[in-house]
Ligand binder design. Structure first.
Ligand code: HEM
Length: 147
């Protein structure tokens, strides 16, 4: 049996006692990136994504394992470098979070939406801090190699 087949619509994880099925996660991620793809602001940094179904699959898996689910596909995530080169900044982040929270309200129960909002805000803050560190290191290296 391939690893992909270990997940089905009833597979579920719990975050602080709130149940998320794999289907809950995939419907949020799917609806969110359909919005991103056509969003006038976010479609600009997301132009690096050419295979949207693949991106949605990777990101569904990302949130599934972030919520404590068992990994079921091979994936290595490198969000800090990718976000830096996508032009990550505060304006994009607040727009991203608004759209994401809107999607959570549309697709989930209020309790599920609330907990995922909190987690996404924390991750957004973490990404901002790590992006600033990466920026300093990267620009410092570039400066040294240009001397
Ligand atoms: C809490 C907020 C966010 C979270 C949790 C998040 C999470 C992620 C993750 C896990 C990936 C996959 C990384 C990989 O494949 O190694 C990704 C990819 C990406 N993110 Fe975000 N992201 C957030 C906000 C943003 C924002 C604000 C932008 C706008 C610049 C952005 C732009 C992108 C792009 C363009 C990619 C795809 C890169 C590529 O594969 O070409 N993300 N994101």
């Amino acid at each position: 049996m391939s690893k992909d087949q270990e997940i089905n619509e009833t597979s579920a994880v719990q975050v602080n006692g709130i149940v998320f099925s794999h289907k809950d996660i995939s419907k949020v991620v799917d609806a969110f990136y359909r919005k991103v793809e056509h969003d006038p602001i976010l479609k600009v940094p997301f132009r690096s994504v050419h295979d949207w179904p693949e991106h949605i699959k990777r990101l569904t898996h990302f949130w599934w394992i972030r919520f404590g689910g068992k990994p079921y596909m091979f994936s290595h995530y490198n969000p800090v470098t990718k976000h830096y080169f996508a032009g990550f900044n505060q304006e994009f982040l607040s727009h991203w979070l608004n759209l994401f929270h809107q999607t959570l309200n549309e697709k989930l129960s209020p309790q599920q939406a609330m907990i995922w909002k909190t987690i996404s805000e924390q991750m957004g803050q973490g990404l901002s801090i790590r992006n600033e560190h990466f920026k300093k290191e990267y620009e410092n290296k570039r400066f040294k190699s240009n001397r």
